[in-house]
Design a protein around this ligand. Structure first.
Ligand code: ZN
Length: 141
């Protein structure tokens, strides 16, 4: 970490010194151009870092979106329409589903059929209440 920092500062100073030395031929003061070149390099490296980070973030967002897309798939075991071989295939609710049979190599379309049912509440387990009632009534134990 420290080693790479020292190396980076060394390279930056060397580049600045070379540029500043070159500019002394045009009667530009060494220190002035040295400092300006150093500052310019820091700005350029900051912008490159910023651009790289933005690019990495965009790639990460894309990967995340792909991951969610994969998660939204449900797998189901279906039979081939030609040879009845069972296959475990991903099903997408919002798209067309098709798979190629691993046995006969033919393509089978998969249609998702929605079903509805009434929701019901679970019947209460009366055992506890019966025991409570029996204890209250004084059944001999
Ligand atoms: Zn088949």
């Amino acid at each position: 970490m420290l080693q790479s920092l020292v190396r980076s500062v060394g390279i930056t100073c060397t580049v600045s010194a070379i540029v500043a030395y070159f500019l002394t031929h045009f009667q530009i003061i060494f220190v002035k151009s040295f400092l300006l070149t150093t500052l310019l390099q820091f700005i350029v490296w900051y912008l490159i870092g910023y651009a790289n980070e933005a690019k990495t973030n965009a790639i990460n967002r894309e990967l995340e979106a792909d991951m969610y897309k994969e998660f939204s798939k449900q797998f189901s075991e279906v039979n081939c329409a030609f040879c009845s071989t069972k296959s475990n295939i991903p099903i997408v609710i919002t798209g067309n589903n098709e798979f190629e049979c691993s046995n006969c190599g033919k393509r089978t379309a998969v249609y998702v059929n929605l079903e509805v049912a009434q929701t019901t509440t679970a019947v209460e387990d009366p055992t506890d209440r019966i025991i409570e009632k029996l204890t209250e009534d004084g059944i001999p134990r």
